[in-house]
Design a protein around this ligand. Structure first.
Ligand SMILES: NC(=O)C1=CN([C@@H]2O[C@H](COP(=O)(O)OP(=O)(O)OC[C@H]3O[C@@H](n4cnc5c(N)ncnc54)[C@H](O)[C@@H]3O)[C@@H](O)[C@H]2O)C=CC1
Ligand SMILES: O=C(O)CCC(=O)C(=O)O
Length: 408
């Protein structure tokens, strides 16, 4: 998907063959084996990957994912998208992504800690505040980042907070980082409603996924007065046409580790939920959930892509031909996370702390500017908003490569 999208945009930009090759292929692909002692005394081997797409514009930045579907190809695609996301948001970074093929839901906290520390040790030659700065993604969280900070800092002989972002506040994490991605999704969904002259208050939303991104997107949408009528997670989906009490759902989910069974809503088929009528559909979990078989049935006005890669190229073609859905493409829609990660890294390098209000204000200013840039570019060139976002980003990256010159 990432390569197909790239080729389309490279054609649009008329990139030279040399720049096309240099922009498309990742700089470094690293795979390590991670032996982990399980709690029962046995040892299991996991495969960990980190792909550093480009270092042309600065250190690479991007999350670390723990999921059974992780493989090198997936990580490479996610690293390429991170590259465009950072360029679109004008962050001084290239893109990177990492992952370990494992099922974190079937591992104890002690096993997760041992796996994270061993992976970090294997990565030490390749990461650093000026080369590669990881952050949370699916299946990882601020605790994972704390273990990475500790392992790296122990090796360095001093605390190195800028080695990762998305850390706990006690380890110089940034105010606002935990909610940043979901906040950005909701903020941009409300910007899109404004663009379409639809009222924000009382508009309806369906959110797939209730993890870091989905739960904060839903909570922020609810705080804007939007009605979140459907929410799903890996175990199932729930529905309430009057609007789900998202705060109460969060408390329920913390206790039960699922949204299923929440007393303030009815169960609904998770696949069918995606094609129900609503103003905003926000896929905030997996990739490729909007595909050739359901794109024609979508009844949303706005598709706010909180997840990375939720829409296949085939679905894109169907949505483009329909012309009645306002797409906020992933590299813009979920860029709130990496933007506040950048703020965290800057604060860490300066040994300085900003308030949550400062962080959120700076975040919204950047998101608003990029949103307007993408929507305007798409309109002027009569292209989709995904192609517009990627074109702006790929041109930025290609111009930086060209400015640095060709090979020595
Ligand atoms: N955490 C972050 O700051 C950022 C995350 N993203 C992307 O957002 C997406 C979600 O990431 P996080 O929220 O961090 O992960 P998470 O691990 O915190 O939550 C994932 C959620 O997806 C749900 N889920 C898994 N399989 C599902 C299925 N088949 N149907 C419905 N729900 C399902 C899980 O139950 C959980 O609620 C990923 O694509 C990630 O790459 C993008 C930008 C930043
Ligand atoms: O916060 C970051 O550095 C990266 C977040 C991420 O992995 C993403 O935007 O997909």
């Amino acid at each position: 998907m990432a390569a197909e999208q790239f080729d389309k945009v490279a054609d649009f930009l008329d990139l030279s063959d040399e720049l096309r090759e240099r922009c498309k292929w990742p700089k470094r692909l690293i795979t390590v084996t991670v032996p982990v002692r399980r709690d029962d005394g046995s040892t299991e081997l996991y495969f960990g990957h980190r792909v550093q797409h480009h270092l042309t514009r600065g250190p690479v930045k991007g999350g670390l994912r723990y999921h059974p579907a992780v493989d090198l190809g997936e990580v490479a695609a996610l690293a390429m998208w991170m590259n465009w996301k950072c360029a679109l948001m004008d962050l001084p970074y290239g893109g990177g992504k990492g992952g370990i093929c494992c099922d974190p839901r079937n591992m104890s906290i002690a096993e997760l800690e041992r796996m994270t520390r061993r992976f970090t040790m294997e990565m030490i030659p390749f990461i650093g505040p000026e080369t590669d700065v990881m952050a949370p993604d699916m299946g990882t969280n601020e605790q994972t980042m704390a273990w990475i900070t500790d392992t790296y800092s122990t090796h360095a002989g001093h605390l190195e907070p800028a080695i990762v972002t998305g850390k706990p506040l006690t380890l110089q994490g940034s105010a606002g980082r935990t909610q940043a991605t979901g906040h950005g999704v909701a903020f941009l969904a409300s910007s899109a409603l404004n663009k379409l002259d639809l009222p924000v208050r009382g508009s309806t939303a369906i959110v797939q996924g209730f993890g870091n991104v989905g739960s904060h997107a839903a909570q922020t949408m609810a705080s804007y007065g939007m009605k979140v009528i459907g929410i799903s997670d890996v175990n199932g989906a729930i529905w309430n046409p009057e609007g789900i009490d998202v705060k109460a759902l969060k408390a329920y989910e913390i206790e039960h580790r699922t949204v299923v069974g929440f007393p303030g809503a009815e169960p609904v088929d998770p696949a069918k939920m995606l094609t129900e009528p609503c103003d905003v559909l926000a896929p905030c979990a997996l990739d490729r959930v909007i595909h050739g078989d359901n794109a024609g049935q979508l009844q949303c006005k706005i598709l706010a892509e909180g997840a990375n890669g939720p829409t296949t190229p085939e679905a894109d073609r169907i949505i483009d031909a329909r012309g009645d859905i306002f797409v906020i493409p992933d590299i813009l829609c979920n860029a709130g996370g990496v933007t506040v990660s950048y703020f965290e890294w800057v604060q860490n390098l300066q040994r300085f702390q900003w308030t949550e209000r400062e962080v959120i204000t700076k975040l919204e200013t950047r998101l608003h500017a990029s949103f307007e840039k993408v929507v305007g570019f798409a309109q002027r060139n009569n292209i989709s908003q995904r192609t517009a976002a990627q074109a702006i980003a790929i041109k930025t990256a290609a111009d930086a490569k060209a400015a640095r010159g060709m090979f020595p």
